[in-house]
Design a protein around this ligand. Sequence first.
Ligand code: ATP
Ligand code: MG
Length: 347
Amino acid sequence: MERTILVRYGEIHLKGLNRPFFERALMNNLRDALKPFVGARVERRDGRVYVEGVAREDEKAAVDRLCRVFGVHSVSRVVGVDKDLDSIAAAALDLIREAAKEAPATFKVRARRSDKRFSLNSMELAAEIGGRVLKALPYLKVDVHRPQIMLDIEIRERAYLYTDAKKAVGGMPVGTGGRAMLLLSGGIDSPVAGYMIARRGVAVDCVHFESVPYTSGQARQKVIDLATIMAGYCGPMRLHIVSFTEIQQKLYEDGPPPLLTILMRRFMMRIAERLAKKRRCGALITGENLGQVASQTMDSLNATNAVVSIPVFRPLIGFDKGEIMDRARQIGTYETSILPYDDCCSV
Ligand code: ATP
Ligand code: MG
């Protein structure tokens, strides 16, 4: 009996002739994500991805890690056995016993075979294994509609069995959709905005504007921490930190007070666009949202947009604040974002 991890990818299947390109990118990103798990091997067989060589005690951590790679749909720990009924039944019993923890529960066996030479068809196999499980573990019951434990059996070059399919982040592999420059503040919104665009396969660079000595080292560290959390999904990222002090001082000396915020924002956009061109980014990303604060009206969006010529992605434009906060919690950036260090906009 060998244990492997099965990685399912969703949307890539729709990609027709480009599919090998997406698959290669996904494989590379999976290998990068698994680097901390020494000995882990990523292999593609039968149009699926298997991860082998992960130590048993690391399996859960490896599954969690894989669930955060964009392009991955779901991940299961899988047992692989020879394609004979006794081996399959023994593995099925093991898995269901582990899932039920010796307590009464309902279960269902679902079988599929891509190897049509296998002696039983899917229905027959499910019934046979279900029957054997019932006999061995009489405290269990079958429920075909809403089982507590779902055991899947797939007959391929081996028989693969699993009971847990953990939902992953979905999206497209990073690197298949070009590159964009995220304006990353220390707030709640911009990390979520970057996450959403990266999930569509876009590699993300970040730029952060700081105003030392008016902004602190803690504020800078917070942004580095946010970028690090994002890198857990996107893979290695570049964070550009730009000193904004001189521009900000000049604006405070000479600028018309009611326009300070918008003027600052326009300078940020200009600088971000220059960096974007250097780094071959095709777009900017901001965490802007319509109506959230006084500076985020349609007029001010127009005013900041007017100074750049590449597209500006604002994936949060139509979200409520509560929805953005929920997403930040899911991603894991929320707790860092709410730390109280000033950024240059609040100075
Ligand atoms: P966030 O929660 O992302 O800070 P916000 O609701 O505070 O957004 P604003 O302060 O108006 O909104 O900023 C709008 C957007 O401008 C941010 O989402 C971010 O993309 C960009 N931005 C603001 N300040 C900075 C900064 N210091 N460095 C980089 N980008 C910034
Ligand atoms: Mg902010």
